[in-house]
Design a protein around this ligand. Structure first.
Ligand code: NDP
Length: 419
């Protein structure tokens, strides 16, 4: 019998849904590069259901219990008194999602002598201290590609929202206004702009493909260059360094993993090299950007806007400055957790567990760490080390009253000027 601890985000405040906005999901068989979607032997959920929250249980309970395993599901994940800290001591498998990550620090791993497998039900395993996992021989796996396209759609939405000033304009409608000048004084067309991605992996390349029809000039920087045919097809300009790329871009989208090489990449020095009035969209990881440098740049006007769904830590404290900084288009970490993506990452998690229990190899594209070293996708896209430092701060979120979300002061409706 194995004990599986699964950390998931809370159910909706209105309760677990009884019905959904739509009745079905489109049926996909392959990802754009030909990789097959998850292939578990079976699933015990209806695609389109809310699986990523506590009551959804990633659709795993029946499967695990029918094989005699114990499943513990909790959202209480941060701090030494959390349910996670209590349950991890005899757990063999830890599952969580980047949206509500169980920070598998060296300390937590040290408290879990039986831990053998850490699964990210999603993409991005930076919430695990990969070095500590390597040292202990723990396998780390994630569901590669499961939500890459979901995120790329979100990136396009955020680029358009920022450049066209969508959210503040929407706010005027809700406030009962018709303040066209207030809405458009920061509104531009994307057409003709220089748009660049830091990393052209699964998400980065999908963003480039989706931005192409907007008649923009496309740029990228990456550790490995894309095939020449792809560069030509999309008219891409490759940059050897991120510095070279940001100098010419009006919009920069960040799509690389967080690892020691990318932590704090967008700091004061790099942002100073950007064009004044550039936009950053970061759906990769909060820690790739220096928190306070972003706030400073938005206040000074060096950046015209910043949007994203990734923060550090998660959940961020209620007084995190990104909640209230000017010209932001932030959401909680949701881009990779659409109901469509959930059915894929739940199925992928089940596939990984079936392989583990049946002693079959886990697909190499799902592997991040195996047999004490970076493996599979981890070997290609990550560098060794630890990016979990500072995650203890996530415990502060709980300490604040649940009914007091930080609300940004909305601008008062100004009197119309008549000339
Ligand atoms: P991929 O592994 O397909 O792509 C990652 C790319 O980043 C690779 O091309 C890799 O280069 C490149 N890269 C790594 N380090 C650097 C660096 N220092 N400079 C430039 N490029 C670098 O992953 P995905 O595209 O699917 O996902 C990327 C990241 O997006 C995830 O790691 C995760 O952090 C985040 N994500 C966010 C989600 C959300 O919900 N917001 C959901 C899913 C992912 P190479 O391999 O060529 O060395």
């Amino acid at each position: 019998m194995s004990k599986v601890v699964c950390v998931l985000y809370d159910d909706p405040v209105t309760g677990y849904p009884k019905k959904y906005a739509r009745d079905d999901l489109p049926k996909l068989t392959h990802y754009p590069d030909g990789q097959s979607l998850p292939t578990p032997q079976g699933i015990d959920f209806k695609p389109g259901a809310l699986l990523g929250s506590v009551s959804g249980e990633l659709g795993l309970r029946k499967f695990l219990e029918s094989r005699g395993h114990k499943l513990v599901v909790t959202s209480d994940k941060d701090g030494p008194k959390s349910r996670l800290a209590k349950e991890i001591v005899d757990a063999e498998i830890l599952i969580s999602q980047p949206f509500w990550p169980a920070y598998a620090t060296a300390d937590l791993i040290g408290k879990a002598p039986k831990l053998k497998l850490i699964v990210t039900a999603g993409i991005g395993s930076d919430h695990t201290d990969l070095q500590a996992a390597m040292n202990r021989g723990i396998t780390v796996a994630e569901v590669t590609y499961c939500n890459s396209i979901s995120v790329s759609e979100h990136v396009v939405m955020m680029i358009l929202s920022l450049v066209r000033n969508y959210i503040p304009s929407h706010d005027w409608v809700v406030k009962g206004g018709w303040n066209i000048a207030d809405c458009v004084e920061r509104s531009y067309d994307v057409e003709g702009m220089n748009v660049g991605t830091v990393a052209a992996g699964r998400i980065g390349l999908a963003v480039l493909r989706r931005m192409k029809p907007f008649d923009v000039k496309l740029h990228y920087t990456d550790r490995h260059r894309l095939p020449e045919s792809v560069e030509q097809e999309l008219g891409l300009t490759f940059h050897q360094s991120v510095e070279s790329m940001v100098r010419v871009c009006d919009v920069v989208t960040i799509n690389c993993p967080l690892h020691p090489e990318t932590e704090g990449m967008f700091n004061d020095a790099l942002i100073a090299k950007m064009k004044r009035g550039a936009y950053i969209v970061n759906t990769a990881r909060g820690k790739i950007c220096d928190r306070d440098a972003i706030v400073r740049a938005l206040k000074s006007g060096q950046l015209a806007g910043y949007a994203g769904d990734v923060w550090f830590p998660q959940p961020p404290p209620r007084n995190h400055p990104w909640r209230t900084m000017p010209h932001e288009g932030m959401t909680p970490h949701i881009s990779g957790s659409s109901l469509s993506a959930q059915s894929r990452y739940a199925a992928g998690t089940r596939e990984i567990l079936e392989c583990y229990f049946d002693r079959r190899p886990i697909r190499s594209e799902y592997l991040i760490v195996d047999r004490g070293q970076l493996a599979g996708t981890g070997k290609h896209s990550y560098s060794a080390g630890n990016a979990t430092r500072g995650s203890e701060e996530a415990a502060k979120f709980k300490a604040a009253p649940a009914s007091a979300p930080a609300a940004k002061k909305k601008p008062k409706a100004r009197k119309k000027k008549t000339r």
